[in-house]
Design a protein around this ligand. Structure first.
Ligand SMILES: NC(=O)c1ccc[n+]([C@@H]2O[C@H](COP(=O)([O-])OP(=O)(O)OC[C@H]3O[C@@H](n4cnc5c(N)ncnc54)[C@H](O)[C@@H]3O)[C@@H](O)[C@H]2O)c1
Length: 281
């Protein structure tokens, strides 16, 4: 299958990696030449790690890299059977890409988005092929995480869903079909848990280590919710809480005032060196 991946950041490079490793020809498209170079270097480094662990043969690594092409122009997606968009989480940025892909790709091609929270139905409605638009929500890091949340919009053709479920299984992932409601399943369940942990901290129910320890040792979570929030980015957590709050108009999704305050302070977690924990050297 010919695949185009738009956006070579954290998620895009992982998506390219798994498709190329499983025999698909992939064109990675990013506006930013530097991002393309970084993505290709990350893929090569991650393949090397697989070779060192004995999970991949050296020859397969080389074959994987040969299946990857890189471009800065969306026209390079022409001829793809499947295009997966993984650019910034902005409806306007994604809309422009979907409109352009709709022009460039053949009528049978499937357009997918890796969005965490934007409505697939809304993205589909920007194109002339809403039946062939679907969500493929990979998890970070893509080569490691087994789940693909496959999201059907209001108009997604059941045959397209079946095709994407099969394609995902061929990547040795476990696809799960869900409907297009705010937060899908993953973030609708995860983010309120994180938000409630922040609320516990704000109310002084327990300190950060205690809250994380309860969830790690009591619920066998690999990471506590506050640690996980720092890893995801507190701005991303807040944006998704707002998507849930606006989408359902239900107060149970109200972002914790402490989460709002941390984001206002620029304490966004690991990426800024400070969140619920301190990461400065
Ligand atoms: N990071 C995660 O853990 C995670 C997990 C699941 C889903 N997602 C979703 O995946 C998507 C991508 O997230 P990310 O963390 O990889 O972002 P990122 O910021 O790491 O990368 C985004 C890339 O898109 C490129 N880009 C921006 N506008 C573009 C355009 N018009 N054309 C081509 N390329 C463009 C940027 O240059 C950048 O390289 C988002 O929708 C996000 O919600 C992220």
């Amino acid at each position: 299958m010919k695949v185009a991946v738009i956006g070579g950041g954290t998620m895009g490079n992982g998506i390219v990696h798994v498709f190329a490793q499983h025999g698909h020809d992939v064109t990675l498209i990013d506006l930013d030449r530097g991002a393309l170079d970084r993505a290709l270097a990350t893929i090569a480094k991650n393949l090397d790690r697989q070779v060192k662990k004995g999970a991949l043969a050296e020859a397969d690594k080389d074959a994987t890299l040969r299946r990857i092409a890189a471009a800065t122009d969306l026209n390079a997606a022409a001829g793809a059977d499947l295009a997966i968009e993984a650019v910034f989480e902005s409806f306007e940025v994604k809309r422009a890409i979907f409109v352009k892909l709709d022009e460039v790709l053949g009528p049978e091609a499937i357009l997918a988005s890796n969005t965490s929270s934007i409505s697939i139905t809304k993205l589909a409605a920007c194109t002339g092929r809403p039946g062939r638009v679907i969500g493929m929500h990979f998890m970070n890091p893509v080569p490691v995480m087994k789940l693909v949340e496959v999201i059907s919009g209001q108009a997604t053709d059941p045959a397209v869903l079946a095709r994407i479920m099969a394609v995902s299984a061929d990547l040795e992932k476990t696809p799960v079909a869900v409907q297009d409601y705010p937060g899908f399943v993953s973030n609708r369940v995860l983010m309120p848990m994180i938000n409630e942990a922040v609320q516990c901290l704000m109310e002084g129910v327990a300190d950060r280590e205690a809250i994380d320890t309860v969830m790690k040792l009591g619920m066998a979570h690999p990471m506590g919710p506050l640690q996980l929030a720092d890893f995801i980015g507190l701005d991303v957590c807040l944006d998704i809480m707002n998507v849930l709050y606006d989408g359902f108009k239900d107060g149970k999704y109200r972002p914790s005032p402490l989460l709002v305050r941390m984001v206002a302070a620029g304490h966004l977690g690991r990426k800024t060196g400070r969140g619920f924990y301190d990461y400065q050297a």
